[in-house]
Design a protein around this ligand. Structure first.
Ligand SMILES: [Zn+2]
Ligand SMILES: [Zn+2]
Length: 883
């Protein structure tokens, strides 16, 4: 077996091969199996034309860890993958492509455009899946779904129709967020708010037939073209006499009423506000209450329309400039002040969104939000970490109706038809032959498509065949956990929960595990413009997928952003390398036949009992950690156990037995070595699937693939408190002795007498038992135990331990004169360094001009040299006093 395991760890030599092997053997495939419990995760569908980034890598690594672990625990584990058509983002890319060919959407026509989008999707759609395979995702590709698949589209139409028939979807004039660049409505969740210092303009509106005027304040003066009233608070004494009178809109001389409404804040600005119902959500409501009607002054592209009089045709910002100028010239401008403003930008293209009245389709949220909120409050939905539950609940409490229509072509077209003759609305999957009301056959479909999130909101059940009562749906739904970024709680998590509750009566997943952002080493967001993004595929190319996966899940906690350090990837590659080398050592030193036999308890030695007890404990702890989603802690534990306890201690401890003549002892060591290695591979497999599977294939008699092997179960019988206690003491002693020797600069080849001082019988037994370890691992010879410090020479170093002290006579270990000479030299050198650093630090020019970091560095150096100097002086002192 060993002859097949290459000398060096080279992930490129096996990662792709193993992935193909797993796929070919259909280990990722889940089947309805009533004899087993299902465990289901729905992969958050990446954009079909997207590319893998660190966020995907993190997110999918976590899902893969959970699914591999549960698969090994014996669950029928389904991880369903798929992609999202990502309407707005894909459409933007296709528009760009045809533009580069000199074409436009309109010229191409809807059908041809959609054809282009499909071509684009087919061309780039496979990329992200191939990239996901590189990180080792063990998802069931045979169940891959796409949000525009026929069955998923059918689910979308079904939900739309059901909600419409229940009165939960309606068409209405509402203020929506309009992106003049994307030329579509976007939902609240798609608007990024940015605090900016802008201006507030105070404008005088003359009162009709009077000499007076009223001052209003606005941050968007161009919208005054659409003003239909001025409003004041009913209790505002300043304006009591004016309510009911008429004001004249400057520049266009429209007469508008002065009304009172409680919405107005008396202490904001002048206490009087302009009301522009078509361009502001609050004004819209005031307008409804006072029957002001509508006056739209802006086109879809952000230019002023014909209602804007002489400003029509101007871009909104150009119009603003001209209007402010004209107001000033005509004496209507009272003042301009700076003003902190929260401005909404299109999440996709960063254009400032325009609140605009528009005929759109909405989902009525209040009746849907309530069950989603109840589910959380009743504990049917858990968030990891907990605090995001409050974010979820708060969003639902404040939720507004969801604008679901988009003026785009790529996506699910609304299943809505209109009669051209009587404007009757008909909602159905198929185009009606004639109008329900007037029998006309002039029927056309609504040109809009649905918000992408409308279809992804159905993902947990539409992917399993809903609305059909499929076997898959009955068995795998509801799912167990959703793993996603905290940044899409509103877009997605909330909508999946209420959609699922409404359509299936079930919470779609029990747990929501939220991941943070992967930032660069300095803590900045990875972005194209900063050029600081790290491509997961590059990392895999250089270090292997296992090292990348391990880096992503260690050193961070759920819901918190993490920093990505290349040094950590390297360290984790080194960990894989350490495991590889340890395996080679074990395989080189074990007899295949012996290794296939079971461990015989009778022949266990202390270190065997200890490592068996420890691995048992680690199994128990890691399983508990995973059950609590403490993935990083679990990974760290298996890392530390493998590196420290197994490689650095156990293997070193049993080496003399492997090379010795005692056959039974040798055999036992071989069996235990393999048994523990086998458990390490199992525990590590979910985190580092490739290296563990590759090593597994080389272990004697390990039948079948590791991916489908059984997750280890802890066994109380293996627990051995005594062995753990005594080995802990022995290891502490060895570490202490090694450190002391190192400090005294004693070569490891020089054997030393070790005098243990203790009166504790238990410790005495352990020391007696542990002699061979002290000889092998602490360069000891002649191990003595004394009850007191009599007969100790003067030149000793000592190590303090639990209930015990070890003395190491220095005679014969150190050439005192030579050591003093060496230390004197060291002292001189350090004095020189200290002088140089202090010279720098006392130079005011340096302190003032040098960057803070550089000064800090010098200060740290000073401290380091001083510490070293103190040690040297201390040692000199003790050496001199000993002689
Ligand atoms: Zn936009
Ligand atoms: Zn009709």
């Amino acid at each position: 077996m060993i002859e097949n395991l290459p000398k060096t760890y080279n992930p490129k030599g096996f990662e792709d091969r193993l992935y193909e092997f797993w796929k070919e053997k259909e280990y990722f495939k889940a089947n309805v199996d009533k004899g087993k419990k299902p465990y289901t995760i729905m992969m958050p569908p990446p954009n079909v034309t997207g590319n893998l980034h660190m966020g995907h890598a993190l997110n999918n690594t976590i899902q893969d860890i959970l699914i591999r672990w549960k698969r090994m625990e014996g669950y029928e584990a389904l991880w369903l993958p798929g992609t999202d058509h990502a309407s707005i983002s894909t459409e933007a890319k296709v528009v760009e492509k045809i533009r580069s060919e000199g074409k436009t959407k309109e010229k191409l026509g809807r059908e041809n455009f959609i054809q282009e989008a499909w071509d684009w999707t087919r061309k780039y759609g496979g990329n992200i899946n191939n990239q996901l395979e590189k990180i080792g995702v063990s998802c069931d590709w045979s169940r891959e779904r796409f949000t525009l698949d026929n069955s998923l589209s059918n689910a979308v139409e079904e939900v739309f129709i059901r909600l419409y028939e229940k009165g939960l979807i309606y068409r209405g004039d509402r203020i929506i967020n309009w992106c003049p660049n994307c030329k579509t409505a976007i939902s609240d969740a798609e608007v990024d708010h940015e605090e900016t210092v802008g201006h507030i303009w105070h404008i005088k509106y003359p009162i009709k037939d009077e000499e007076e005027y009223i001052v209003i304040a606005t941050t968007r003066p161009e919208t005054m073209l659409g003003d239909l009233a001025i409003a004041v608070h009913p209790e505002d004494d300043r304006y009591k006499g004016l309510v009911g009178k008429t004001a004249i809109l400057p520049l266009i001389n429209r007469e508008i009423p002065i009304i009172s409404d409680e919405y107005v804040e008396m202490d904001f600005g002048s206490g009087a506000v302009k009301i522009t119902p078509s361009h502001d959500p609050n004004d819209f409501e005031v307008g409804e209450r006072h029957n002001l009607g509508q006056c739209i002054i802006m086109s879809e592209d952000g230019t002023i329309n014909k209602n804007g009089g002489k400003y029509s045709g101007l871009d909104r910002y150009e119009a603003r400039k001209r209007i402010v100028e004209d107001l000033k010239n005509e004496g209507y401008l009272a003042k301009i002040k700076e003003h902190d403003n929260s401005i909404g930008h299109c999440e996709r293209c960063k254009t400032v969104v325009e609140p605009l009245i528009s005929k759109q389709w909405f989902v009525k949220m209040e009746p849907l939000a309530k069950p989603a909120l109840d589910a959380y409050n009743e504990g049917k939905l858990n968030f990891i970490p907990d605090r995001f539950g409050k974010v979820y609940a708060h969003w639902l409490e404040e939720i507004k109706d969801w604008c679901i229509s988009r003026q785009l072509w790529w996506g699910h077209r609304l299943p809505v038809y209109y009669c051209e003759d009587c404007e009757e609305i008909m909602v159905s999957k198929k185009k009606p032959i004639k109008c329900n009301k007037c029998n006309s056959t002039n029927i056309y479909q609504d040109p809009d498509t649905l918000d992408t999130w409308f279809s992804s909101a159905l993902w947990p059940f539409s992917t399993l065949g809903w609305p059909e009562e499929t076997e898959d749906l009955q068995y795998f739904f509801p799912t167990d956990v959703l793993v996603t970024g905290y940044d899409i709680i509103f877009f997605w998590v909330v909508r999946m929960v209420f959609s699922s509750l409404e359509q299936t009566g079930e919470v779609p997943f029990k747990d929501v595990f939220l991941t943070g952002l992967v930032r660069d080493a300095e803590g900045r967001k990875m972005s194209k413009s900063l050029g600081n993004g790290i491509d997961p595929l590059d990392v895999i190319e250089e270090y292997g997928a296992d090292a990348l996966r391990f880096t992503l899940v260690t050193g961070n906690t759920p819901g918190n952003d993490m920093r990505f350090h290349m040094e950590r990837v390297e360290a984790n590659r080194n960990f894989a390398n350490k495991l590889w080398n340890a395996t080679r050592f074990v395989l080189m030193n074990t007899d295949e036949k012996v290794a296939m036999e079971k461990v015989d308890k009778e022949f266990l030695e202390e270190e065997d009992k200890w490592i068996l007890s420890r691995v048992n404990k680690v199994i128990e702890e890691i399983t508990a950690n995973l059950n609590r989603y403490e993935i990083g802690i679990a990974a760290q534990k298996i890392h530390d156990f493998t590196w420290d306890e197994y490689c650095d201690w156990y293997i070193e401890m049993v080496k003399p037995r492997l090379y010795g003549d005692n056959v039974e002892s040798k055999r036992t060591a071989e069996k235990v070595l393999l048994h523990v290695l086998e458990n390490i591979l199992k525990l590590l497999h979910p985190f580092m699937p490739f290296i563990t599977e590759e090593i597994w294939r080389h272990l004697p008699s390990r039948e079948g693939a590791l991916i489908i092997s059984q997750w280890p179960i802890s066994n109380e019988e293996m627990e051995n408190v005594e062995a753990e206690k005594s080995m802990a003491f022995i290891m502490e002693a060895i570490k202490g002795i090694r450190n002391a020797r190192q400090e005294m600069n004693i070569a490891p080849s020089k054997k030393a007498t070790l005098i243990f001082i203790t009166r504790d019988e238990e410790i005495k037994d352990i020391i007696n038992y542990g002699k061979r370890y002290f000889i092998n691992l602490a360069s000891g010879e002649d191990i003595q135990i004394q009850e007191d410090k009599s007969n100790l020479g003067e030149d000793n170093i000592s190590v303090v331990l639990d209930r015990c002290e070890v003395f190491i006579p220095l005679k014969n270990l150190i050439d005192f004169e030579k050591e003093i000479e060496r230390l004197e030299k060291e002292k001189e050198k350090l004095a020189g360094e200290l002088k140089r650093v202090r010279g720098k630090l006392s130079n005011e020019g340096f302190i003032q001009k040098a960057p803070e970091q550089v000064v800090e560095k010098e200060k740290a150096k000073e401290k380091k040299y001083q510490d070293m100097m103190n040690k040297v002086l201390e040692r000199l002192e003790s050496l001199k006093s000993d002689n």
